[in-house]
Design a protein around this ligand. Sequence first.
Ligand code: GDP
Length: 526
Amino acid sequence: MADIRKEIEKRRTFAIISHPDAGKTTLTEKFLLYGGAINLAGSVKGKATARHAVSDWMEIEKERGISVTSSVLQFNYDNYCINILDTPGHQDFSEDTYRTLMAADSAVMVIDGSKGVEAQTRKLFKVCVMRHIPIFTFINKMDRDAMDTFELLDDIEKELGIATCPINWPIGSGKEFKGVYDRESQKIHVFSDTEKGTKEGEDLVLSMDEADGVLLEGQKEKLMDEIDLLDGASAEFDQEMVDKGELSPVFFGSALTNFGVEIFLKHFLKMTTSPLPRKADVGMVDPMEDSFSGFIFKIQANMNKAHRDRIAFMRICSGKFEAGMEVLHVQDGKKIRLSQPQQMMAQDRKIVDEAYAGDIIGLFDPGIFSIGDTVCMPNHKVQYEGIPTFAPEHFARVRQIDTMKRKQFVKGIEQIAQEGAIQIFQEYNTGMEEIIVGVVGVLQFDVLKYRLENEYNVEIRLENLPYEHIRWIENEQIDMDKISGTSDMKKIRDLKGRPLLLWVNSWSIGMTLDRNEGLILSEFGR
Ligand code: GDP
């Protein structure tokens, strides 16, 4: 048992979030470099090549050179076993991205120092907040001209509503970027241009007095002024607030030139958490419990076209997993044997024999799992809280071109919806005649069209709808006929029969609430 505890304690499972191009992939690459998982940085992605080794499963991915689904990487560093949950780096990300955050214990938010908080950062951040997990900020690209440091922090606090606590402070930016000042040790880490792709590069650590002559003229004075101002103005470091996701420790660096990355990694690993307990029907389940349990947070279909298989990604929540063990699939009520589990290791997929709470494994899924399902030991039954359905942002009406293929069409679209790539809705008072598809990222429309054609042999036509806002009606017993809305509103139901409302304009939501006393709306379907 002591061994299991030790294994679980050294695990750190986190997601990296950012707006596309902020440098998430480059930072991940550098992390792997420190972990010795790859020899030369640059091989994780090279957008059109290496990444496919991880998730090469669909033509669309190859054609566009983007990763449609998120992947998982594991590596060891400094006695820690680290699981990184990567999220798609493309604008057209999907609900998967959100769900991935359900499997993480903390998040690293990468921000471009010249841009500050961007649209996608904001969206992903909201989900982190909902989960109350610790959020760490890495302000990247300091080797380019960055916004004023105070302004950047202000932007994060105002835009995202989280307090910030700089752990280090940048000295200059762009061509004048000289390094960072570590507030705790009061030392200056001097930046030296490292050879790209190596972890070598001197990390010269100097006291303030020794910095004369190394820093540019006026930089030391400016730094001292800023530190004075900072000590008076910013929040103190408070681990408890960090744990609750109310305070974000902030670090500065440059992933590309590999500066500030290891300093960040070291601090981060100490400040972040080992696997957290999870809420289940029996109360909170301690990861250290020796009875194995986990939940499915993502399903990736047809990774191998020849077999039409699916991979269900499971986050282990407690105990130790061993290959071939007999477990209970709670939602089905059936016992199954978990053979051939897989783990993603840098770019390779390998078969694992054992895994521990905090780890993510891929299970071969013959079509039995749904998102949110629990797997546990038969003699120790628990059921984890489901994963919420996130609000889609784009809607289209979908019709099959050949009306004779109605059956395949409905089957295909329902299966794809079960995997969670899309959400389907219907008019609230009619049947499946009219199908409305909702997606979080527009790319999913292409994925749907492609998959229906290739896997179900059904051609479809998509007609974009102008709706952008959706809310689940929490008080489901309400009489839908009596709801009086705005002219841009539509009443629909989801697959589970839950009532929802759609609008074109955001202000209509408030108007609808004003007109219908007692109506309770939610951004998530639970
Ligand atoms: P992602 O979309 O967030 O994964 O971003 P990438 O890691 O792919 O980076 C986007 C672009 O920014 C690439 O061209 C990188 O080489 C570049 N980049 C990443 N980090 C830095 C950095 O610290 N400094 C500079 N100058 N460029 C960077």
